[in-house]
Structures are given as structure tokens and as C-alpha cells.
Design a protein around this ligand. Structure first.
Ligand code: ZN
Length: 117
């Protein structure tokens, strides 16, 4: 191996160390394990969560450059905290960390408006 090969190898390691952080959040362990293994091998700092509450806790504790997540996960994530109904996929696509369905959010906003908040 000559010096040029070593330099190239160092550059690859250096660029891998500069990759960002990834949160893999999926209720299916098989999918999250495979996905985290691949992103880890690519040099990313990977955190894994298998339920919605844990994923939200991780997001509150630190930031991630990329989040790969299922929109529906085990736990109460994906269900409205007020009425318990499932939050629609369209609402979760628009606001992935929302805790209320659109009907409850609209009611809350109407009550806030009426109260002058
Ligand atoms: Zn609701």
C-alpha cells in the first residue's frame, strides 16, 4: 500500500465521521433494526425507537439531522390526546409531532379565540 492509498483511506474515514445524526422510529423491530444497521454502517450517529412516546422523548432531549419514521406506531402516538381518536395520515404528514386530531385542534382554537387568547 502506498502513501496515496493511505491518504484516500483517511479521507473516507474523515468524511464518515462528519455525517449527521439519524433517528429511526418504527414499530416494527425488524425494519428499524435493518434500517439502523445500514445507516450506522454508512457512518451516521443512529438512535432507534420502537414506539411513538420514546421517539418523542428522544426528539425532546436532542436534535437529529434526519428522522425516518412510520406515521403510525405502537403506543398512543398517532392518537389524539383529547378524544383518543386516530389522527389522520394527512394531518400527521403535515405535523408529524402533533398530539391532537384536526377536530379537537379546531375546537381548541375556537375556544382560544372566544376567550381572546
Ligand atoms: Zn381529537
Amino acid at each position: 500500500m502506498n502513501l496515496q492509498d493511505n491518504d484516500e483511506s483517511d479521507m473516507i474515514c474523515e468524511s464518515q465521521n462528519q455525517k449527521g445524526s439519524v433517528l429511526v422510529a418504527d414499530g416494527d423491530n425488524h425494519i428499524s433494526n435493518k434500517f439502523s444497521a445500514v445507516t450506522d454502517r454508512m457512518g451516521y450517529d443512529v438512535a432507534v425507537s420502537n414506539n411513538g412516546e420514546e421517539a418523542l422523548d428522544l426528539l425532546l432531549k436532542r436534535s437529529f439531522d434526519i428522522v425516518f419514521t412510520a406515521l403510525k406506531m405502537p403506543g398512543t402516538f398517532g392518537n389524539c390526546e383529547v378524544c383518543g381518536e386516530e389522527i389522520s395520515i394527512n394531518r400527521l404528514k403535515a405535523r408529524p409531532v402533533t398530539t391532537n386530531c384536526i377536530a379537537c385542534k379546531n375546537k381548541m382554537e375556537a375556544m382560544e379565540k372566544a376567550a381572546g387568547v
